[in-house]
Design a protein around this ligand. Structure first.
Ligand code: ZN
Length: 388
């Protein structure tokens, strides 16, 4: 049993807990002694629904952007980027050793305007990731590369190269403009469309057998036990795909863009923040505040990074991409990434880009629709910065 002093110490330590949790402590000890403190706390109106906002307001983010000069901005990035990579779990992945890529080509199919190859590489010891490479015909090689990580869907990389397996997938791809890799090759770029961990062939066997769309929850929990995150593992795979791209003489690895929708937007944003080899980042249906999107609205378990809100808000993670061109795609009616919060996050990110001397390179496109990809601004944006 704790003594009274210890009770108050405990209360102080947990003062950000919900009122419900507070009551459990109160009921276990001397309610008369701590009633006044509870009454005081009750004015904050803790509840399970407002919990995240109370914590966000109180959080002192260690990499909150405060720079006012270009020099301070540079120092902030230099300090923040390795810490971000660490909380994503890169250190734990690196401890396993950097394996040979061991590329294996599985197939090649020739279409009128492009060639589609399927490959695998090893991204960490014993782990192979499958991906498509789309090569444009009639172009002088090497060509710039567009990496296209996909979001939550059962067929993984297939959707991004325009391959559908039933009518509902066909509608999802065409109506949501999700054939992002196909779009890239049609405008003349090499595209790499990988499966992301937890989807398609990278699901757990049980999920494949039961025809479940994803294995995110189990894979995320396993990753967390080892100081890793599923976002970190997916971003790591993107880095290894860039290593692979640098071995191909048909890819200009000095001109690399990344774009994907929803979960693919997540990977796009974090990959560009972590890896400066990526020169353009275009996250779709993701850019927002952590607080108002994944913090407040039901999202897949794979979205969460332990401690991220004690380090940075999403616009500060995206600030690591500055001064490289950044274009966020947001749907006016996206119910899981609210548009008003996207606008606020953009305002904050634009401030970082201004200090970086690149305000014009930070853009937000608002599409008249929901949670989907918006291709209209994407390819002119990429063409402009790749000098096409
Ligand atoms: Zn997920």
């Amino acid at each position: 049993m704790l003594d009274e002093k210890a009770i108050f110490a405990t209360i102080n330590q947990v003062e950000t807990l919900s009122l419900r949790a507070y009551g459990m402590i109160v009921n276990g000890f001397r309610e008369d002694k701590i009633e006044s403190r509870v009454m005081c706390k009750s004015t904050i109106k803790f509840s399970s629904d407002s919990y995240v906002h109370v914590l966000a307001n109180e959080a002192s983010r260690s990499f909150a952007f405060k720079a006012s000069t270009h020099e301070e901005f540079n120092r902030w990035q230099i300090d923040f980027r390795p810490r971000l990579r660490e909380v994503l779990g890169f250190g734990q992945i690196e401890k396993r050793g950097l394996c040979d890529l061991e590329p294996r080509q599985l197939s090649e199919k020739v279409f009128d305007a492009y060639i589609r190859q399927e490959w695998t590489i090893c991204t960490e010891p014993g782990f192979e990731i499958p991906f498509f490479v789309l090569l444009p015909k009639g172009q002088t090689m090497p060509r710039p590369l567009v990496l296209t990580p996909h979001g939550h869907n059962k067929s993984g990389k297939d959707a991004y190269v325009g391959v559908w397996h039933n009518e509902s997938e066909k509608a999802e791809i065409t109506e949501g403009q999700r054939d992002v890799a196909l779009q890239a090759v049609e405008v003349g770029y090499v595209a790499i469309a990988p499966d992301m961990r937890g989807f398609a062939s990278l699901r757990r066997k049980q999920d494949i057998d039961e025809d479940n769309a994803k294995s995110c929850p189990r894979l995320q929990m396993q990753a967390l036990m080892f100081g890793r995150t599923l976002i970190g593992e997916r971003v790591w795979d993107i880095g290894r795909l860039i290593d692979y791209a640098q071995t191909r003489n048909d890819i200009d690895s000095h001109r690399i863009a990344v774009t994907g929708n929803s979960g693919g937007g997540t990977v796009s944003l974090f990959a560009a923040a972590c890896d400066e080899r990526i020169k353009i980042a275009i996250p779709g249906s993701y850019f927002n505040t952590f607080e108002d999107s994944i913090g407040s609205i039901r999202h897949c378990e794979c979205n969460y990074i332990p401690g991220i809100m004690t380090m940075a808000e999403m616009y500060e993670v995206a600030g690591l991409i500055a001064p490289r061109p950044f274009l966020a795609l947001s749907g006016r009616n996206d119910r899981i990434f609210p548009i008003e919060s996207a606008k606020y996050a953009y305002k904050k990110l634009r401030e970082i880009y201004e200090i970086a001397g690149a305000g014009d390179l930070c853009q937000l496109y608002i599409g008249d629709g929901g949670h989907r990809y918006y291709k209209e601004p994407v390819w002119p944006f990429v063409n402009k910065f790749f000098g096409e």
